[in-house]
Design a protein around this ligand. Structure first.
Ligand SMILES: Cc1ncc(COP(=O)(O)O)c(C=O)c1O
Length: 476
């Protein structure tokens, strides 16, 4: 361990000297008083740092890991693939894994009730590298399809307030996050912003705050749907389509939509002749309890973007699933080519990991076990209501979100500069939990393979960290 400890110091020195971390202020990272955590290995839902400290992976390593670290089945699949080839170009060539994965994905994501038929299903898969590129490809497919089918005026997208779809310029342009995108406004194309259906923060929700998920107590007339329709109407004949995170908006603060919202807006999009692009980058692969989050509602997306959990959280691979009529627009000569691609498209190692991931997700008994775990997370999460600075506790599948507020009776938020969410997550490390908040929303998002006991431990560690930062001096 002593040798590893020395390595820790050297790693941190090299890191601080040469590395640039995503979404990480230099002021924090370079602060001599801040001790970066150096992860050296993982097993199941646990991560271990160079000092030998053990942590529960409370956010599935930024929402990607599904079956734990060092999962034997995925490890085996990657090793077997490695013996044959790691990567060869997918431009004008194919390989022996990506086509198989494409066929499996089309079936796995098919709108529910459509197995064995072609109605409403997806036809083709475009492979890229990560969530941003999966969304970028989706936008360009829809845009180009309209350009090539005599509807050149359809160039305008509508998307949700506080939405986050990645950091490439196109993905940013359909996002509406002041924090993430504010600095790049001048680079982005415009898109219509429809209000986020965030019941807890909704100006149309007439229900007084209660110690219950705001979606279940809301009193409103689904004004969010009306606002969405208004944005589509404003786009008029220029409306190309909508881009949204179905059911849960992740980076917005795990905003969970009221039941029925998705199917209502899907109808609005299609009635206006637009295409529905669903960003399932975070919600896909059983994260919300279903294969795809959109399976919860009657809804037929035209394009679905997948990444994060696609390889079980092992390798960067993404997929954009596209319905037949859009694909049809690209059929023909070179002038109809989709001029978009990535060097690592169809990467064999990633595809082998993704096939093993689907095997695990489709194994007998997986769904029932997951349901039990989801119920356990929900029960354990109820304890957060005991804390007076918790305003909302919401859960969707294996996502638990806890919104911190200064005053739960008025839903008054804390001043952002207090960075309470971040401080609680930092305090959680001392209790053996790694996670990352979205603003003042604490997030627990365990790998789907986590044991019930470890789910309870994660909740306990998070609650104790919350009490460290915001001691409970008075009852609710
Ligand atoms: C819903 C959603 N879309 C897209 C992305 C971007 O994915 P990536 O970071 O893999 O580019 C993210 C990342 O958090 C996301 O949550």
């Amino acid at each position: 361990m002593a040798a590893e400890k020395g390595m820790d110091g050297e790693m941190v020195r090299l890191d601080r000297a040469h590395v640039w971390h995503p979404f990480t202020p230099f002021s924090t990272w370079m602060d001599e008083g801040y001790e970066p955590t150096v992860i050296v290995r993982g097993r199941g839902s646990r991560l271990f740092d160079v000092e030998g400290r053990e942590y529960l992976d409370g956010n599935s390593s930024i929402w990607v890991n599904l079956h734990g670290h060092c999962n034997a089945q995925i490890d085996r699949a990657i090793r077997a693939q490695l013996k044959r080839i790691a990567h060869s170009s997918f431009l004008g060539l194919t390989n022996e894994v990506a086509p198989m994965l494409a066929a499996r994905l089309l079936e796995y994501a098919r709108p529910q009730g459509q197995h064995g038929t072609d109605g409403g299903g997806f036809e083709r898969v475009f492979f890229s590298d990560d969530g941003s590129t999966a969304v970028e490809a989706a936008i360009k497919v829809v845009y180009q399809a309209f350009q090539m089918t005599g509807q050149q005026e359809r160039t305008q997208f509508v998307s949700l307030g506080r939405g986050y779809h990645g950091d490439t310029v196109g993905a940013m342009s359909v996002g509406h996050s002041a924090v993430f995108h504010g600095a790049y406004r001048g680079l982005m194309f415009s898109s219509g912003e429809a209000m986020s259906p965030a019941c807890y923060r909704c100006p149309f929700n007439r229900a007084a705050p209660e110690r219950a998920d705001a979606r279940t107590t809301r009193r409103c007339g689904f004004e969010c749907v009306g606002q969405f329709a208004q944005r589509v109407e404003e786009a008029g004949g220029r409306f190309a389509g909508a881009v949204l995170e179905p059911v849960v908006q992740g980076a917005a603060g795990m905003v969970m939509h009221p039941e029925g919202y998705l199917s209502k807006v899907a109808d609005i999009v299609h009635d206006a002749g637009g295409k529905l692009i669903l960003d399932e980058v975070m919600t896909g692969f059983h994260r919300t309890g279903r294969a795809m989050a959109f399976h919860a509602e009657s809804c037929q997306p035209d394009v679905v973007a997948l990444a994060k959990g696609l390889t079980g959280g092992y390798l960067p691979l993404a997929a954009t699933l596209v319905k037949a009529d859009l694909v049809e627009a690209f059929m023909g000569g070179p002038e109809r080519t989709f001029y978009h691609g990535h060097s690592y498209s169809g990467n064999q190692l990633g595809c082998a990991a993704a096939l093993a991931n689907l095997d695990l997700l489709e194994a007998p008994g997986f769904g029932a076990k997951l349901e039990r775990l989801i119920a356990r997370l929900g029960r354990a999460g109820q304890r957060f209501w005991a804390h007076p600075h918790v305003g909302d506790v919401r859960q969707q599948g294996m996502i638990l979100a806890v919104e911190l507020v200064e005053d739960w009776r008025s839903r008054k938020p804390f001043a952002p500069e207090k960075r309470l969410g971040w401080r609680v997550s930092e305090a959680a490390k001392k209790h053996g939990l790694l996670t990352r908040p979205a603003g003042d929303v604490l997030i627990l998002m365990p790998p789907l393979s986590t044991s019930a006991a470890d789910v309870e431990r994660m909740v306990e560690a998070c609650y104790r960290a919350l009490c460290d930062v915001l001691p409970v001096s008075a009852g609710v």
